[in-house]
Design a protein around this ligand. Sequence first.
Ligand SMILES: [Mg+2]
Length: 256
Amino acid sequence: MEGEDRGAADHRFRGISDVLLDIEGTTCPVSFVADVLFPYASDHLGDYLQRHGHTAAVEKLLGEVEQAWQQDSDREARALREREGRAVISYLRLLIRQDRKLPALKELQGMIWREGYGRGELRVHLYDDVPPTLRHWHREGIRLSVYSSGSVSAQKLLYGHTDAGDLRPLFTAWFDTRTGPKTDVESYRRIAAALGGRPEQVLFISDSLPELTAAQEAGLRTVWCRREEATIPPQSNQEIDVITTLNLSSLDVTTS
Ligand SMILES: [Mg+2]
């Protein structure tokens, strides 16, 4: 039977010591990154480089960007080079538009976002059901942790600047891909060990089925947070609990 058709009682998780949470698509809309963070970095790049372009840290990153541009075989990147010469900012904007993962760009974006959060110009809108549920679990003695592909420093910036306030004190541990890929069984074994609990006492919540499958294999309890239409359907024999929000009436988690 498909998880969605089962009763609300199946979303009761007892004996849980830890809830491990994905971010994008689970606690925060995926569109926040695409519609808010990326455009903010793109819009503030020129101003940021003007003010910080001569510091050693930024010069080093720009050197890496320049090198990547020289070696870039992308048609648009090459055309841009002929047109714009060495104006590295136009190449950076192209990378942002194409959502390319150059490490130097990620680092520059992180610096720009840090300023934006600090100035109060960037604020994270979490799904409405998330802050009250996290606060409830925290009060009930359930430990909360994050596992996201964004870096731990980016995770802390995000939870530090939500429209429900600074939620960082609710969390006890933060994991990113330095622990391992999110679809790798071993990553979840490492996280369970780091949390010091037995895997079956850890509940992992994510919108990604491949991630949930890996966590299940490592012995964690799992629930699929399906807020939007997922692109990957579950395997027909896969038993998975499904929720559409993190509100307490649809997901009852207790320590005993
Ligand atoms: Mg996700």
